[in-house]
Design a protein around this ligand. Structure first.
Ligand code: GLN
Length: 484
């Protein structure tokens, strides 16, 4: 049962093959038996999940079922869940029980889905390897010595290990796409403003976007149908009708033009990686798509500008964690300054502190113009590259990450090496564009992801391209060796 996709489970429940309580219990048992290996879950909400499943079965019996009724999934622990521990992977929030549901969580609850719990992540979504979690690192199901990617490593690992068929995730600079690539699963980061950020704990507000990780494009489309909504509680949420993302999965890709940015295929990308990506693109050519070389000349400026903007926004967002209102509070503070300093000093991990310090510096009087303002101007150049490119092409393709999953510990002492992981993903967040990663090959038994970049609000096209690739190939069906 755990090998079934969201679409299959939805059909099986409708056909009465098994009940929601049965599949929910099966997955909860599997998590109990296997998650000590992966550490993908921070909290398992077994009791609540079974209650939701029972309610779903009753609704179905009463004739009130929709496609999501009784289908299990899980949430990245960045989304607030009413009455349930919401940690964001941090000691700072290790005692925080959210008093309300994020809009994304309410959307799934209203659709009748069953949430199995909360998934591990890099602390406050800062990281590319899931080694920055207060709750310990997550293992990559394909090779337990390797990282699952980050920051949504728990979401990607749980889906790859068949602990859950789909999971919510967030992407500020690549945190949906890079772990999806490392774990051989499908991940979509929608256009900025497509999915509400209300109740999604903020890292860098102008870049953060919620999205989905699942095993197929069809499942990702089903998830996005629930996640995407206009939400007046998020002022950057865009008031635009949500299409049915499953409606165009079978559209032909004939005649579409795929842009391949020459900056994504430079010599420092291994010949093997280049070959895998070109082979994947060739599949689309077989289907009648055309390929055109393009240039995104400001690609090299994306990481430097991100690592000014994201820390600046994080230093502002994380100032609310002060030991006063919620979260970790130090023992016996002498006075208010001591309370702030020790609560924050004890509550935040090393990477989070590093970014708060960088952000506070670049926003300070005297440095603001030199750093933050300039980074915002550079951001516009990065965006303009894409705007120009999309005049000539329908979609842009390239690698999701520069390599397959790397070994745990390999980059922990070198923050810049870790930051370079996002070289192909970060520009989309700066521009606000939608992007997707689908498994398209393997190197030494580890999955490789193809990144698909779409124009604004063109998620349907990305999902369609992902689905067509998955109809023609079986990379998304491969399972990690030894998985039982
Ligand atoms: N790796 C990037 C960072 O550490 C992106 C993380 C993310 O997308 N949340 O900021």
């Amino acid at each position: 049962m755990h090998n079934k996709t969201i679409a299959q489970i939805s059909r099986d429940l409708a056909a009465g093959e098994y009940s929601s309580v049965e599949i929910t219990q099966h997955l909860l048992d599997r998590i109990a038996q296997q998650d000590s290996t992966y550490n993908a879950f921070i909290t398992v909400t077994a009791e609540q999940a079974l209650a939701q499943a029972k309610a779903a079965d009753e609704n179905r019996a009463a004739g009130n079922a929709s496609v999501w009724t009784g289908v299990p999934m899980a949430h990245k622990d960045v989304f607030c869940t009413n009455g349930v521990l919401t940690t964001c992977g941090s000691k700072m929030l290790s005692n925080f029980v959210a008093p309300y549901d994020a809009t994304v969580v309410s959307n799934f609850n209203n659709a009748g889905a069953v949430s199995l719990g909360k998934l591990n992540m890099d602390e406050f979504a800062m990281g590319s390897s899931n080694e920055n979690s207060f709750f310990g690192p997550v293992k990559n199901p394909w090779n337990h010595d390797c990282v699952p990617g980050g920051s949504s490593g728990g979401s990607a690992a749980a889906v790859a290990a068949r602990l859950v068929p789909g999971a919510t995730a967030t992407d500020t600079g690549g945190s949906i796409r890079q772990p999806a690539s490392f774990c051989g699963v499908t991940g979509i980061k929608p256009t900025y403003g497509r999915v509400s950020r209300w109740g999604m704990i903020a890292y860098a507000s102008s870049l953060d976007q919620g999205g989905a990780i699942a095993r197929s494009s069809e499942d990702a489309a089903m998830m996005l149908n629930v996640m995407a909504s206009f939400d007046p509680k998020d002022s950057t949420c865009v008031d635009q009708a949500v299409p049915d993302y499953t409606a165009n999965l079978n559209d032909s890709v004939e005649g579409l033009t795929i842009g391949l940015p020459k900056e994504y295929f430079r010599d420092d990308l291994s010949a093997e990686m280049q070959q895998q990506i070109r082979d994947a693109v060739a599949e689309y050519e077989k289907m009648g798509a055309k390929v055109k070389e393009i240039s995104l000349p400001n690609t090299h400026l994306a990481i430097p500008s991100y690592y000014v903007i994201a820390p600046a926004e994080c230093s502002a967002n994380l100032s609310r964690m002060d030991g006063v209102r919620f979260g970790h509070r130090c023992e016996d503070p002498k006075d208010i300054n001591d309370l702030y300093k020790r609560s924050r000093g004890e509550g935040f991990g090393e990477e989070v502190k590093r970014r708060i310090m960088v952000g506070a510096y670049t926003l300070s009087a005297g440095f603001y113009d030199a750093y933050y303002k300039q980074a915002q101007q550079v951001r516009r150049l990065v965006k303009n590259d894409f705007v120009a490119a999309f005049k000539d092409v329908d979609v842009i393709m390239g690698p999701t990450a520069p390599s397959p999953a790397f070994k745990a510990g390999e980059k922990t002492s070198d923050p810049v090496a870790m930051y370079l992981e996002d070289i192909f993903t970060i520009a989309l967040n700066l521009a606000g564009l939608p992007g997707m990663s689908i498994p398209c090959g393997q190197i030494n038994g580890l999955p490789v992801g193809l990144q698909l970049i779409g124009n604004y609000f063109n998620e349907s096209r990305l999902l369609n391209l992902g689905h067509q690739f998955q109809q023609a190939t079986d990379w998304h069906l491969k399972t990690p060796a030894g998985l039982v």
